[in-house]
Design a protein around this ligand. Structure first.
Ligand code: SME
Length: 149
């Protein structure tokens, strides 16, 4: 299970030690994935103009390093300005596959007031891997990141 408060403490400690933006994003990715299943792969996409750019990840590499806003599950979350919990990726319109093993996906937006800075995108090999507890834990980390970036 993901201990969101521990991840937030680690982010604040790193911030205090003046680590840069990329290191904060990497820390979030690494610490979330370290929780184990359902967190198979964690991808930090940040908004630049009209696309999402992969700035840090932990898990399987992905070919989707740049995703237009509106494309895939990641781009749709930004276009619709909401978090997305997709229990079965193969039923999702426009899904961009990263791995054949991925079964479900969770996107939590990183937002500061009305501005969407980016998102935490999580792939899971577990079907319907994310319940409301996981949603809330990842949201807690996303909100902490928004305050520190
Ligand atoms: N599945 C995502 C693409 C990102 S990779 O999974 C890391 C999507 O459909 O937008």
């Amino acid at each position: 299970m993901l201990d969101a408060d521990a991840v937030v403490r680690a982010l604040h400690a790193a911030f205090t030690h003046d680590v840069g933006r990329t290191a904060l994003l990497q820390l979030a990715a690494t610490r979330i994935r370290a929780a184990g299943p359902p967190y198979t792969g964690v991808y930090l996409y940040m908004v630049r103009g009209d696309e999402l750019v992969l700035e840090a990840f932990d898990g399987r590499p992905t070919e989707h390093t740049n995703i237009p806003v509106g494309a895939g599950i990641c781009g749709r979350a930004v276009a619709e300005q909401r978090d997305l919990n997709v229990p079965d990726v193969h039923q999702a319109d426009g899904y961009l596959a990263c791995s054949i093993e991925t079964k479900s996906e969770l996107v939590a937006l990183v937002r500061r007031h009305d501005e969407i800075l980016g998102q935490i995108d999580i792939d899971s090999d577990v079907p319907a891997g994310f319940d409301t507890t996981e949603e809330a834990a990842v949201r807690t980390v996303a909100d902490a990141l928004a305050a520190l970036l």
